[in-house]
Ligand binder design. Structure first.
Ligand SMILES: Cc1cc2nc3c(=O)[nH]c(=O)nc-3n(C[C@H](O)[C@H](O)[C@H](O)COP(=O)(O)OP(=O)(O)OC[C@H]3O[C@@H](n4cnc5c(N)ncnc54)[C@H](O)[C@@H]3O)c2cc1C
Length: 452
């Protein structure tokens, strides 16, 4: 475990800036390799964008303020290694029959068909078209060596003139919003097309294998019964070294044989640094020499995912539900019960765009849930504004048009710096954090080896 300190008295082999999953994994790998490590975290807690609190919603239910869903084993291999090794328990959602509720083309429907019967042909056209487009990506060639500019555009542009019906468009729009965490005019179509190419089919990239057949398990994956805090503990267990909490790094100055890391209160020297802060706040740190222009401009753009994840306590809700759609006035693109008992449900919703709802006003949230569940009552709401948060400025990593090709290039180590974090990795969420941390730890070990 890391030891919290209040003052720095020596020089370190490595300073890791940021105590999220990428920082914790980098620290674990580097300290296991015998390096003397200091982690500096700006907040007064660890875990970054994955942060759970027990007994929060209605004073009874846990809230995951940030990331929570563990995508399937093939997509999240490193994460599942940690889950298996630590024997963490999973929560798959209610196994009881779930109502499937759709809101597309201005109407609400309940039942298994995601579009009305007379739009099934349109839905088929969409799937075939998207599959064809995904098939043009060469998975064996680096992204920056392929001309994928015609796919690296927002979805409305890509699907223009496809002659799709209104329900099909609304369905796909809600799907993209839920995946990418923003209005579907914002993210690039390319990352999801690449996932489809990797999975071999549109449905393969949309639905996961799950031991329990619930919509939540099939589309989002399970959550951790002990909260993401239990996963963080398992990742950070092997990290040995010092920890400075509540110290925001302001400057990173690279010299020929060491790096100076400057916080508001102190300066620390190390032979190498892992920068593990989110892309959206990278430009808040002053680098000498300056970061490459493209990395600076990507940091200024930030990740595309800026909409809100909301946890809602719902009464008068007789059955578990999974609701998906595009309400004309905005609201929830997806909202799904994760816990259900009696007439009460805890549901997780993803908003249609940033600020689509006044989340501080229970009545507005209730009106948005009632689009899907007309008779329900909302009694509590929990959300964290990650887009406004000075330590993240965004939610999860989803690429904007023009960012895909450059992603591998911007993460390359420079001098004595390596970069880790899900925002710098093609793998999503916590898996991207763990994957990039492994790469950064290897790069730093090489830097330290050449010093000897
Ligand atoms: C609402 C939401 C829902 C999500 N859903 C999922 C999901 O279901 N599944 C999934 O896998 N992923 C999900 N994610 C994404 C996942 O949470 C992140 O990809 C992952 O936690 C990122 O880890 P990281 O270490 O790269 O970055 P972070 O967790 O952001 O860690 C970076 C750390 O750096 C610190 N920091 C920033 N600036 C400074 C500074 N100047 N000095 C010192 N410290 C600094 C921050 O405080 C933070 O602790 C979600 C995220 C959000 C916000």
């Amino acid at each position: 475990m890391l030891q919290e300190i209040s003052a720095v008295t020596r020089e370190y082999d490595v300073v890791v800036v940021g105590g999220g999953f990428a920082g914790a994994r980098s620290a674990a790998e580097l300290s296991s390799a015998g390096h003397d490590v200091l982690v500096i975290e700006g907040r007064d807690r660890l875990g970054g964008r994955m942060w759970s609190e027990l007994d929060r919603l209605g004073g009874r239910y846990p809230v995951e303020w940030g990331g929570a869903f563990m995508v399937d084993r093939p997509t999240y291999p490193l994460t599942w290694q940690v889950i298996d090794r630590a024997g963490l328990d999973l929560a798959w959602g209610s196994p009881a029959d779930t109502d499937l509720i759709w809101f597309t083309g201005g109407e609400r429907r309940v039942g298994p068909l995601p579009v009305p019967f007379d739009e099934l042909a349109s839905l088929e056209r969409l799937v075939v078209r998207v599959q064809e487009l995904a098939g043009t990506i060469d998975l064996d060639a680096p992204m920056h060596e392929q001309d994928l500019s015609s796919l690296d555009v927002p979805w409305p542009q890509l699907l223009e003139g496809s002659g799709l019906g209104p329900h099909t468009i609304d369905l796909w729009k809600a799907h993209i919003i839920t995946l990418a965490g923003d209005d579907w005019t914002v993210p690039s179509a390319l990352p999801f097309l690449r996932s489809i190419a990797e999975a071999g089919s549109v449905l393969g990239a949309t639905f996961f294998d799950a031991p329990i057949d619930t919509p939540m398990a099939r589309t989002l994956g399970p959550q951790l019964a002990g909260g993401t805090a239990s996963l963080y503990e398992a990742v950070s267990e092997e990290a040995k070294g010092d920890l400075l909490l509540g110290h925001r790094v302001r400057r990173i100055i690279e010299e020929s044989d060491r790096v100076e890391v400057v916080t508001d209160e102190m300066s620390v020297f190390a032979r190498a640094v892992v920068v593990a802060v989110p892309l959206g706040v990278l430009n808040d740190v002053e680098f000498e020499p300056a970061l490459p222009k493209r990395l600076q401009s990507m940091a200024a753009e930030g990740v595309s995912a800026q909409a809100e994840k909301v946890t809602v306590l719902i009464e008068n809700c007789p059955r578990p539900f999974y609701a998906h759609g595009s309400p004309a006035e905005g609201g929830f693109a997806t909202i799904s019960s994760t816990v259900h008992g009696g007439d009460t449900a805890v549901a997780i919703g993803f908003t249609t765009s940033p600020g689509a709802l006044d989340l501080t006003d229970i009545a507005s949230v209730e009106a948005a849930v009632r689009v899907y569940l007309p008779d329900c009552r909302v009694t509590d709401v929990a959300f964290h504004d990650w887009a406004a948060d000075e330590f993240s400025r965004g939610t999860w990593s989803y690429l904007r048009p023009g960012q895909s090709a450059d992603l591998d290039l911007v993460r390359e180590p420079r001098g004595r710096l390596a970069f880790a974090g899900s925002d710098y990795d093609r793998r999503l969420g916590v898996e991207g954090a763990l994957h990039s941390a492994g790469l950064a730890a290897t790069e730093v070990s090489q830097i330290l080896a050449t010093d000897r």
